[in-house]
Ligand binder design. Structure first.
Ligand SMILES: O=C(O)COP(=O)(O)O
Ligand SMILES: [Mg+2]
Length: 261
């Protein structure tokens, strides 16, 4: 069993399983065999990533599942561009908006039916946005860790991230149903960050929606707005910076939060 032990100003991993004493030094990079001086005193910078429209282009599978739900109710389908305007506040709100556009309210079975269908077709056509994988690998090499904070339910988010091979890169996933509240409530970001063992002062948010910008501002974390996502350009208002692609977002994150030593 691995634990973290702290002596004086240094922290190190131990296999003893002995509980770590209280320690003021940050240790989120301690692993068995870590060098106690060179590695364990570093606080990793955390890039807190939104999922839909930021990390993954989920629109094709969201649209397909929504349109199957509509078809089962003899309602007309939506084009992806219209679905994009409905994404960002979680699945229940997506369905409320879609049914409202057809002059209805969701029937009592709609949410469960949609989730069962979507979860089993979560990565048919959904793909990482261009440049995501190399940028994450690059950032990891520079001392960044990653967590996903999404309004998508955590189970579907994990299934999607797993299918796309990025789940192992993440220290935490905070879904729309993981905590009592979700974005734009900053508590969603902060709880996800806590799961990742990160720190507010060493964190940057990257997101494509007003909800990401609002949550980050209220959490006291800089926010990079992803213009390649689904949010209208006006949603960038209040963000710290705007990025046109994932590589640019990575460069901005490094500028906003240079290595601490
Ligand atoms: O599920 C949604 O509506 C949006 O999810 P996101 O927070 O990852 O953009
Ligand atoms: Mg999003």
């Amino acid at each position: 069993m691995t634990a973290v032990a702290c002596i004086g100003g240094s922290c190190f991993a131990t296999r003893s399983g002995v509980a770590a004493p209280p320690c003021a030094v940050k240790t989120n990079r301690c692993y068995p065999g870590s060098n106690p001086i060179a590695e364990c005193n570093i606080v990793l910078r955390t890039l807190l990533l939104d999922l839909d429209g930021t990390l993954v282009d989920t629109l094709p599978d969201l649209t397909a599942a929504l349109n199957r739900l509509m078809a089962a109710r003899a309602l007309p389908p939506f084009p992806p561009a219209e679905v994009a305007t409905m994404v960002g506040d979680g699945v229940a709100v997506l369905l409320a908006r879609a049914f409202a556009a057809r002059g209805r309210e969701p029937d009592p079975e709609a949410l469960a039916a949609f989730m069962a269908d979507y979860e089993s077709h979560v990565a048919v056509e959904s793909r990482l946005f261009p440049g995501v994988r190399p940028a994450l690998d690059d950032l990891a090499g520079q001392g960044w860790q990653f967590a996903v904070c999404t309004n998508k339910p955590e189970g579907a988010a994990r299934a999607l991230l797993d299918s796309l091979g990025v789940l192992p890169l993440l220290r935490a996933v905070g879904g729309g149903d993981s905590f009592p509240t979700r974005k734009p409530d900053p508590a969603h970001l902060l709880a996800t960050l806590a799961r990742a063992g990160g720190e507010v002062a060493q964190t940057v948010v990257l997101g494509d929606h007003r909800n990401d910008v609002t949550a980050a501002r209220q959490a006291g974390v800089p926010c990079i707005f992803a213009v390649w996502g689904y949010g209208a350009p006006s949603m960038a208002e209040g963000s710290t910076a705007v990025a046109r692609d994932f590589a640019e977002a990575a460069a901005i994150a490094n500028r906003l939060l240079p290595p601490s030593r």
